[in-house]
Write a protein that binds this ligand. Structure first.
Ligand code: PBG
Length: 331
């Protein structure tokens, strides 16, 4: 049927009609909020390139997380920044490490909150790479044992789920095996499966003090030009036991999110990364765009592309915006 018989505008006439045929719905349970934790007491360092975000010491983290819980956000992902870094990132698996302490305290204060931990070495190594170095490059297999110990220590501290973001080959299998051997067979793994070597991680590396001190991450993170390779990465992670697979970043990779959604039968997460957030905030602060509308449009596009979960620095704001919208509708 064609115009004039078919007129798509008929169903766009009123908000009630638009809502009736709306295909994508954001929900507060879609969001995971990243949080940065440092050692010490009483610390709340604002992050210039991530407006509205901070590095917290564990005590402040517990206090400030009340706001997260009250906004309705149900999950956070923790990034720990230790005061002492070394070549193998030993603070990453220390039982009293910064992340382990933060997890314990958060779970004590908010048992219902889903606490996920990012599993990687770049915040913990003095060279800033995501694994141990030999002959000038990241050495894959020796890194696997360390990542497995890190994961077990996080879960021992109370983490509800671990999220390896290092991009070593075989790490999901190594982590699954270690968790199972330690009796944590019911703890899920959210794998950063298709993680690209992206320039959009800039503000995060300031926040997590994790920029590589030499070279770059091209020998382990994916080339932005590749899509078929992302399918192979996701397939491997699923074979090795990933419960949730992730695409990262989100906005320049919506096609990858869509392909993962349609090719595999696993929940899909997308990481709306620091540079994507900072870009939107900077434009909004300049008055060049409507920040709230653009945020909701961005998050909707990620969900429409096929993500079930979105890791986003907008989580609290988005939760409030959704709540505001439902209040408006009910009056
Ligand atoms: C650690 C890690 C990074 C991000 C999440 N985990 C940075 C990196 O790979 O350099 C980036 C998140 C963001 O930019 O918001 N490997």
């Amino acid at each position: 049927m064609r115009f004039p018989e078919y007129r798509p505008r008929r169903l766009r006439k009123t908000e009630a009609f638009r809502k009736m045929i709306r295909e994508t719905h954001l929900d507060v349970s879609d969001f995971i909020l990243p949080l940065f934790v440092v050692e010490g007491k009483g610390i709340k360092n604002p992050l210039t390139s991530l407006p509205g975000h901070f590095q917290f010491s564990p005590d402040r983290l517990v206090k400030e997380t009340r706001e997260v819980v009250e906004s309705g956000v149900t999950a956070v992902i923790l990034f720990g920044i230790p005061s002492k870094k070394d070549a193998v990132g030993s603070q990453a698996y220390a039982n009293d490490g910064v992340t382990q302490n933060a997890v314990k305290r958060l779970k004590e204060a908010y048992p219902e909150l889903i606490v996920i931990t990012d599993v990687c070495l770049c915040e913990y190594t003095d060279h800033g790479h995501c694994g141990v170095i030999s002959h000038g490059d990241v050495d894959n297999d020796p890194t696997l044992d360390i990542l497995a110990s890190v994961s077990v220590s996080h879960v021992k501290a109370g983490a509800d789920m671990v999220a390896p973001s290092d991009m070593m080959d075989g790490r999901v299998g190594a982590i699954r095996e270690a968790l199972d051997e330690s009796g944590y067979e019911s703890t899920p793994i959210m794998a950063y499966s298709a993680k690209y070597c992206s320039a959009f991680y800039g503000p995060f590396r300031d926040a997590a003090q994790s920029a590589p001190q030499f070279g770059d991450r091209k020998s382990y993170q994916m080339d932005p030009a590749n899509a078929d390779e992302a399918m192979r990465e996701v397939e491997l992670d699923i074979d090795e036991g990933a419960d949730i697979v992730m695409v990262k970043p989100a906005l320049s990779y919506l096609d990858i999110i869509w392909r993962v959604r349609t090719s595999f039968n696993r929940p899909v997460a997308a990481y709306n990364v620091s540079g994507e957030y900072a870009m939107l905030k900077a434009a909004a602060q300049n008055g060049w765009i409507d920040g709230e509308r653009c945020m909701l449009e961005v998050l909707t596009s990620i969900k429409r592309a096929g993500a079930d979960l979105i890791i986003t620095y907008h989580a609290i704001e988005a939760a409030r915006a959704l709540q505001g919208a439902s209040m408006k509708r009910s009056v």
